[in-house]
Design a protein around this ligand. Structure first.
Ligand SMILES: [Zn+2]
Length: 50
């Protein structure tokens, strides 16, 4: 399973590995911005699970 998350800076959607989410910091592949992914899905930047 992969997660789709949205970057808060450039708003690009990107796939990420759930193992990366476990460490809670994601580096945007488009702009290099580092942001937290919350484990709470309502607060998270997770768009969907695929
Ligand atoms: Zn970005």
């Amino acid at each position: 399973m992969m997660l789709v998350v949205i970057c808060p800076k450039c708003k690009n959607k990107q796939k990420t590995n759930p193992k990366v989410v476990a460490s809670s910091i994601k580096t945007c592949v488009y702009c290099g911005h580092r942001f937290k992914i919350h484990s709470n899905q309502k607060k998270s930047r997770i768009v969907k699970k695929i």
